[in-house]
Design a protein around this ligand. Structure first.
Ligand code: GDP
Ligand code: IMO
Ligand code: MG
Length: 405
């Protein structure tokens, strides 16, 4: 089975969780390589909705090994909560099927607090992601390897000293007391220690054994720290390069899959050229149920933006499309698509004919209304890649899929 990488091509929430869950059936290993619990990936299995933040979506498939790579930032409390959550639904999680990198950085309560104090301008998720990557880049971070020798305790004390100075908190909302935290978190961190390992070795062993590997991106290309709409971005490399640095394993991806939502959304602040601040945008939000899976915030909605998607294709070398949420466009006529920008930077639209009928029951492309097929073909031609997967609803079975060959 070939290797594949699934990445968000827009501003996140494209439906990566569903796509990874679909593909994970044929895969031996699923890998997260960047980000942390800022992600919210929704998977619907037999009418039950699961939202995963840190665990790879492959955890819902028996026989799949899940890897959290060194490029990720891990909040131990969130990880423990999530392990309990999936175990509570009957899925098994043990060091046999989940490994977490010793070189991943730990998100602590100091980072979360600093994020709530400073993240307002960008509109962060408040999960401590930016401050943790700040520590990583400053070389003052705390890695998960500290769980093995207990040095995390001293690490907590040092981080408390550091953050009190570089990001003072108001007197009525101080940083938590480190000694209290150490006592509170001791049992939890001990319970996570067995999952922590050298994931570079673990993954390389799987690759050498010709096991098939699926990489699961978090966020989206336009939130990449280098290639996104800086400074309104996240703090990690969400593009394909991040997959290599975020695992320490060189791998050729046969399938480089762009998850493309049939329209555009963004949560948080920053530019959004095709945003619809009107009734059409509100209707898109209603139809798509566009509320953040992590923070519950309403997502900003707008039409598809091809110039931005083309950049995303350049950054990632995408050769396949997974087109999601097409069902949410039923009833809109015309459907507008930004095809370029004019001299003042405003999007120029092409109008495509819409369709009326509910497409969720479709099982093949031929079942879709002609206008819907035309919309798909327009996107494929514009981006130069084929949609091997068309998602027509949140559930596993609401998918028109051709085998990945
Ligand atoms: P991710 O962060 O990229 O994994 O995406 P999210 O899970 O944050 O957001 C996607 C949302 O759309 C979730 O609620 C999914 O259940 C839902 N979803 C995924 N694909 C489809 C689809 O084709 N149609 C509809 N209506 N919902 C979908
Ligand atoms: P998934 O994986 C959508 C956005 C935040 C904010 C910016 C920085 O579910 O697609 P951060 O907390 O990362 O420092 O916030 O990035 N953001 C996301 N938007 N989907 C996500 O993840 C996101 N993760 C972060 O809203 O604008
Ligand atoms: Mg999401």
């Amino acid at each position: 089975m070939p290797n594949a990488i699934v990445l968000g091509s827009q501003w996140g929430d494209e439906g990566k969780g569903k796509v990874v869950d679909r593909l994970a059936h044929g895969m031996n290993v699923v890998v997260r390589f960047q980000g942390g619990a800022n992600a919210g990936h929704t998977v619907v299995v037999q009418d039950k909705k699961y939202v995963l933040h840190l665990l790879p979506s492959g955890i819902l498939n028996a026989d799949t090994v899940s890897v959290i790579g060194n490029g990720c930032v891990v909040d131990p409390r969130k990880l423990a909560q999530e392990i309990d959550y999936v175990r509570g639904h009957g899925f098994s999680v043990s060091p046999e099927n989940l490994v977490v990198s010793h070189a991943a950085h730990m998100v602590t309560p100091f980072h979360r607090h600093a994020d709530t104090l400073t993240g307002g301008k960008v509109g962060t998720t408040g999960r401590g992601i930016g401050p943790t990557y700040e520590d990583k880049a400053r070389r003052t971070g705390l890695r998960l390897e500290s769980l093995r020798d207990g040095s995390w305790r001293e690490g907590f004390r040092q981080l408390h000293e550091l953050w009190r100075v570089i990001c003072p908190a108001p007197p009525d909302s101080p940083y938590p007391d480190p000694e209290k935290l150490i006592a509170e978190m001791e049992p939890l961190l001990e319970s996570l220690a067995p999952f922590v390992t050298d994931t570079q070795e673990a993954l390389a062993t799987q690759v050498r054994a010709n096991r098939s590997v699926l990489f699961e991106g978090a966020q989206g290309t336009l939130l990449d720290i280098d290639h996104g709409t800086y400074p309104f971005v996240t703090s990690s490399s969400t593009t394909i390069g991040g997959a290599l640095t975020g695992t320490g394993v060189y791998l050729q991806f046969d399938h480089r899959i762009a998850v493309v939502k049939a329209y555009t959304t963004r949560v948080g602040n920053g530019p959004f050229p095709t945003e619809l601040d009107d009734e059409v945008g509100r209707e898109l939000r209603r139809r798509g149920d566009e509320f953040g899976a992590t923070t519950g915030r309403p997502r900003r909605c707008g039409w598809l933006d091809l110039p931005l998607l083309r950049k995303s294709f350049i950054a990632n070398g995408f050769n396949r499309i997974a087109l999601t949420k097409l069902d949410c466009l039923s009833g809109f006529d015309p459907i507008r698509v930004a095809v370029e920008y004019d001299e003042s930077g405003r999007p120029v639209y092409q109008d495509l004919a819409g369709w009326e009928s509910d497409i969720r029951p479709a099982t093949s492309r031929g079942d879709l209304p002609r206008e819907c097929q035309d919309y798909i073909e327009f996107i494929e031609t514009s981006l130069g890649a084929k949609a091997f997967l068309i998602s027509t609803g949140p559930a596993r079975h609401q998918t028109i899929e051709e085998p990945l060959t």
